[in-house]
Every structure is written in C-alpha cells, then in structure tokens.
Ligand binder design. Structure first.
Ligand code: GAR
Length: 228
C-alpha cells in the first residue's frame, strides 16, 4: 500500500537554513513528506527567497499587523489549515506560540532547538553552554507543548565542545548537526513511527536504522581538539 506524502508547513523568522535542509530532504521522491508552504512572521526573513527559489509558496504573516499574539497565531493557524498541513515544523521561528495554537496542533507541531534539552532552553544557548563548561552540546527536535522548549523529545544530535571553541565555532558545529537531525526526525514522524501521546513520545515499528536517527553521535574532530 502506498501512502501519500505528508503535507508540511514550515514557520521561519530568519535565515531558514533548517528550512533549506528540510526542503532538500523532501526533494527525494522516497521521502514521506512534502513542503507545501513556508510562513514567516518577518518580511525580511532571508529564508523566504530560498523557499521561493525551490518553487515553494511563501507567506508573510507579520506580527506587527495584529493587535495581539492570539490574533496573529489565529491568522497563522488559518493559513496552515488552508494548506491542508499534516505537520508544522518550526525552523528558527522566534515567536512564542499561544496555548490555543499549540493545543490546536498538538502532536503535529515540531521544533528544533540548538541545545541538548532539557539543558539550555531559551536563547543564547551556545554562549551559555560555553560558560557552563559542558563538554557535550547539540540540538534537539521535539514536539511542541505549551511551555517553551519543553515538549517531548524526538531526537538529539550531540557535538563535542573543544577548549578553543567560541560561540561562533560551536554554533557552526551544532547547525551542521541540526541540518542532518531535522530531516531524520521529520521522516520518522511522517512515517507514523514517532507520535506524541499523553505528553510523551511514542516509538513504534522502529528498525535499527530508524533508531540510529534518534541520536547523532559525538565525534571528536580535529578542529575541536586542543592537540596540535
Ligand atoms: C537554529 O539554530 C535553530 O535551532 C534556532 O534558531 C536557528 C535558526 O537558524 N532555533 C531556536 O533557537 C528556537 N528556540 P535557521 O533560520 O538558519 O534555521
């Protein structure tokens, strides 16, 4: 039995490199999802142009055009419904979502966060990881719940933190893992192997290679080493 690819809407606020990674993955005819639209809350988000270059429909729904968060989120919800989306991927979408929006799309809403949750929720994750002196850092794809960066974890990508790392070098290393992790996690969700139930992540029919996608491993690379 062949199933239709799932319809994905991506929400962005800026550069959109994770969006680009998701779009690239979905170009493979065997990938179980298609990107049907990209919505940005900012007109100057550079990711919009990249999406258009791929021939994907884009919309700007600026928060500045709405009186409050609730009406802005309602407008986004309506646009997503119009596109018949099965799942929504937040990819550098830098606005907090209302409880009403999260509840409307519960189990259908994914986010990527640049830290190994539950550590370093919020912003400036790389600077805080360096200050804390962690030796392992990374990224997390999770289902979105009402509390910020708090939903059930789907998959994580870990990277080593070297003694010479700066915020910029660490951000680059984490971003590279994000670009691999998000398409792998979305694939499992689109295939119905990963679902959210009662506030937890359920895994079903996972094979060995599926399970490998849940943790991209730490590898000590040359540029993070303090050895010559
Ligand atoms: C990414 O690192 C993403 O994990 C992060 O913003 C960046 C967006 O980059 N998201 C968050 O911090 C959300 N809490 P991109 O626009 O190039 O994908």
């Amino acid at each position: 039995m062949t199933t239709e690819p799932k319809r994905i809407v991506i929400l962005i606020s800026g550069r959109g490199s994770n969006m680009g990674a998701l779009i690239s993955a979905t170009l493979d005819p065997a990938y179980p999802a298609r990107i049907v639209g990209v919505i940005s809350n900012k007109a100057d988000a550079t990711g919009l142009k990249a999406a258009e270059d791929f021939g994907i429909a884009t919309q700007v729904i600026s928060h500045k055009d709405y009186d409050d968060r609730a009406s802005h989120d309602e407008a986004i919800s309506a646009a997503i419904e119009q596109m018949n989306a099965d799942f929504i991927c937040l990819a550098g979408y830098m606005r907090l979502l209302t409880a009403a929006f999260v509840s409307r799309w519960q189990g259908k809403l994914l986010n990527i966060h640049p830290a190994l949750l539950p550590s370093f929720k919020g912003i400036d994750t790389h600077a805080r990881a360096l200050s804390a002196g962690v030796r392992v850092h990374g990224a997390t794809v999770h289902f979105v719940t009402e509390d910020m960066d708090d939903g059930p974890i789907i998959a994580q990508g870990a990277v080593p933190v070297g003694l010479k790392d700066t915020e910029a070098t660490l951000a680059d290393r984490v971003l590279e893992v994000e670009h691999r992790l998000y398409p792998l996690a979305l694939r499992l969700v689109a295939e119905g192997k990963v679902t959210m139930r009662d506030g937890t992540t359920l895994y079903s029919n996972m094979n060995e290679s599926d399970e490998k996608a849940l943790l991209l491993p730490v590898g000590r690379s040359r540029e993070t080493s303090d050895q010559p």
